[in-house]
Design a protein around this ligand. Sequence first.
Ligand code: ADP
Ligand code: MG
Length: 226
Amino acid sequence: MQPTTNKKILLNEVESRKLLKKYGIQQNEYGFAKTKSEAKEIANNLTLPLVMKVVSPKIVHKSNFGGVKLGLNSLKDVVEAFDEINANANNFGVSNIDIDGVTVQEMESGVQELLIGVKKDDTFGNVLVVGLGGVFVELMKDVSLGISPLSESYIYKMVKNLKGFPLLDGYRGTERADVPAFVEMIKRVEVMVTEEDKVEELDLNPVIIKRNGDGCLAVDVRIITR
Ligand code: ADP
Ligand code: MG
């Protein structure tokens, strides 16, 4: 074991997802595979289409390393994706020794991609960020901030204050999204970071929000502990 004073550790996806589960934060179905045959076995027990992602302590932003394969529709796709993900990581300078394996997971669709983030600040404590995912956060910086503890009505306000909120609220006849489920998820994230002292930073990006009544699911989680 390494000394842990002031040392920041990136939890792997499996450990991170266990923490989500402990706090009832909904996530998509998945399994972790070290080998191709394990990947196939997991795929057999999940509902198509699937997604495969690299798991490596050296890789933080998986898609930048060609480490995310979407829309896998058969076992053949899963086998090919396994090889491609490893080859891509190698090409980016990550050797096999630093690749733990892959996750095989269900591909989800919904009304929008959202994000929930938390940073522990020396002065303010847990600062929560919520926003729309993808280009909205990159291009428009469309996020709301809140400092824990947050009331439920304040959390609703954070979501409603997003410029992109109409996209969740049936703008021009589009599907209305399950905003109450998203608010519930934010509350659970707040409980988690309050109770888990070690968690320094958390990113759920994206959270896929479905039609009203159908909930929302985290499909990517990154947790940094100290
Ligand atoms: P990273 O952020 O490390 O690059 P992600 O796991 O967020 O990797 O995957 C990149 C993108 O792929 C996501 O922003 C999302 O658009 C899409 N994606 C990832 N996992 C899923 C999934 N299970 N279902 C649907 N889309 C997904
Ligand atoms: Mg992501």
